[in-house]
Design a protein around this ligand. Structure first.
Ligand code: NI
Length: 177
C-alpha cells in the first residue's frame, strides 16, 4: 500500500529507530512491501521506515534508471535491516542529494567514499558489502534516517542547498561553481 511520506518538520523524523527483533514475519514483509510501493510511486532511490512513520531500523534502496537521478550509477535492489556502517578510509566526497521527506530541494552533501555495510534482509539472512560512489552515498543517506538525521544536517556549504528548479539553471550553476 502506498503510504504518505512524512515531511521535514514532523518530529517523528528526528527520533532514533528501534532494531528489528523478529524476521520473516507477515508484519515485516508487509512493511517492506509498503515501503517499496511508496518508494517506486515517488521514483525514490531509497526509503527508510521512519519516513512512513514506522520507528524500525529498516531501509530499502535501489537504482536502476531513475528520472530523479538521471546520471546515477545503478545500485542493486536491497532491503537492509539493523544496518552497521563502517567507513574504510577517512576520505569523503561531495554529491547532490534529495530526499522524499524534503521535496523540491537538493543539497551538496559530503559522505564517506568507501564503506562496508552489514545487516540482515527481511528473512534474517546476512548482508555484507563493501561499496563506494553513489551506492555508498545512498546507504549513508538512508541509514541516517534511522538515527533521526536528515541530509541538510550534513551540509557544509549552504550556497549548494536550494530548490531544484533554481539550483540547476545555467545561471545558478555559474554562480555556484
Ligand atoms: Ni531521505
Amino acid at each position: 500500500m502506498i503510504k504518505p511520506v512524512l515531511r521535514m518538520g514532523d518530529p517523528r523524523l528526528w527520533l532514533p529507530s528501534r532494531p528489528v527483533t523478529s524476521f520473516a514475519t507477515p508484519e515485516l514483509h508487509a512493511l517492506v512491501a509498503d515501503m517499496e510501493e511508496t518508494m517506486r510511486h515517488l521514483d525514490g532511490a531509497g526509503l527508510a521506515a521512519p519516513q512512513i512513520g514506522v520507528d524500525l531500523r529498516v531501509v530499502i534502496f535501489g537504482v536502476d534508471h531513475n528520472p530523479r537521478y538521471p546520471d546515477a550509477e545503478s545500485v542493486p535492489w536491497t532491503v537492509l535491516i539493523n544496518p552497521q556502517l563502517t567507513p574504510l578510509s577517512s576520505k569523503k566526497v561531495g554529491g547532490w542529494e534529495g530526499c522524499l521527506s524534503i521535496p523540491g530541494l537538493r543539497g551538496w552533501v559530503p559522505r564517506w567514499c568507501d564503506l562496508r555495510y552489514t545487516g540482515l534482509d527481511a528473512f534474517g539472512r546476512p548482508i555484507d558489502r563493501t561499496v563506494s560512489g553513489f551506492h555508498a552515498r545512498v546507504v549513508q543517506h538512508e541509514c541516517d534516517h534511522l538515527d533521526g538525521i536528515l541530509y541538510p544536517m550534513r551540509i557544509e556549504e549552504f550556497t549548494r542547498f536550494g530548490f531544484v528548479d533554481t539550483l540547476f539553471t545555467k545561471e545558478a550553476n555559474d554562480v555556484v561553481d
